[in-house]
Design a protein around this ligand. Sequence first.
Ligand code: ATP
Ligand code: MG
Length: 429
Amino acid sequence: MDHISDILEGSRTGKSTEIRGWVYRSRASANVAFIVLRDSTGIVQCVASRENFPESRFKEISGLTLESSIVLKGTVVEDKRAPTGYEVKVGDFTIIQRNDNYPITKDLGEEFLLDIRHLWVRSREFTSMMKIRSTIFDATGEYFMDRGFYEVHTPFMVSTATEGGSALFKVPFFGEEVSLTQSAQFYLETLIFSLENVFTISPSFRAEKSRTWRHLTEYWHAEAESAWVDNEGMMQIEEKLIEHVVKRVIEDRSDDLSIMKRDVGRLEKIRAPFDRIRYSGIVKEPEKYGLNIKYGDDLGMEEEREITKRFQKPIFVTHYPAALKTFYHRPDPENEDEILCHDMLAPEGYGEIIGGGERIWEMDVLVKRLKEYGLDEKDYYWYLDLRRYGSVPHSGFGLGMDRLVTWICGLQSIRDAIPYPRTIRRFKP
Ligand code: ATP
Ligand code: MG
């Protein structure tokens, strides 16, 4: 059995082949039936001539409907007119299952396509997206492993909120209540004391009430934490990660990028280092970034879009005012009102894909911060223990993998970057 890619690579030309897959397109005249067959590796045109089959058999293959499954035997020829440059002259075939009324035709509404997502995932663009996504996940893990990070696994059912309590999903737990994790960060912090450099790629859950193009309620989160690394050191790890991932996608998935009509020239520019811009620098000259904001205002989706439209590479925005972020960020010793943190914003208007920075590692500073945020030390006893026993300076980050896919593929919405998006109104199929 061959794959269609074997044919497209030219290794079967002039030879016989056996392939199997699904009908991507079909049309027939009285004397020939054309079937564009697809499998996981590509599409190829297959032609059955009437003269080679008894009448009833020719009828079967010339009336084949979209997405019917079939096994074909035939001979491969090169043909410039065929959609992918090769053609299979069909000698024999077995129909595995013949469809009636495949529900996806052209020009269907977005909500309908989400309802039949389990079928839409077969579409050519979606298949390419999933291949690129697979490479992005692989390249991310590869980057960490090559640099001595250990992959670890942390609980999804948790008792402590990392990003604030309002966006928590609650789950019953044998008469008690737990929440679904928003971030693995605190657990990763515990693990650096044995492993020093750790990462995990796993789902995070946030009960985001707004339905935006970049928020899911369940998303894939690549998180890393390193002992002895400061804010600047962490940014260097991140920019090289993004450079590596984008390079791998260009190397391994150029066909899929072109199926998705992604401008590869833009991706080729993604080389470390990325610019670092202080939050205070942005609010000092907001008009330079198309903004009308003042010190203390947060940078939301719209602001990030304006800023990053002006850049060809990702940028880091650093040193936010403490009030704009959660309690665990380490204040800058040179200016206690600002914290040693950063967001990485993807270019072309995409905005935040990473949030990271130095964590407070001094006990007294953390206790003070918990108080300021109205949090109960008791709930954080184990997090505080890390500052009690052999505490060390350390940093980490969280990368939204679905946002990374959205940007690399050049998609309009994060919903197109994951097979089964979970949003405020959707948990089916
Ligand atoms: P935003 O301000 O866009 O809501 P955030 O600042 O709340 O994001 P972090 O808590 O810093 O996000 O999470 C780390 C990363 O996880 C983000 O940089 C982003 O890439 C990703 N992320 C956060 N929330 C979501 C979400 N609801 N859906 C998809 N990805 C998300
Ligand atoms: Mg953030």
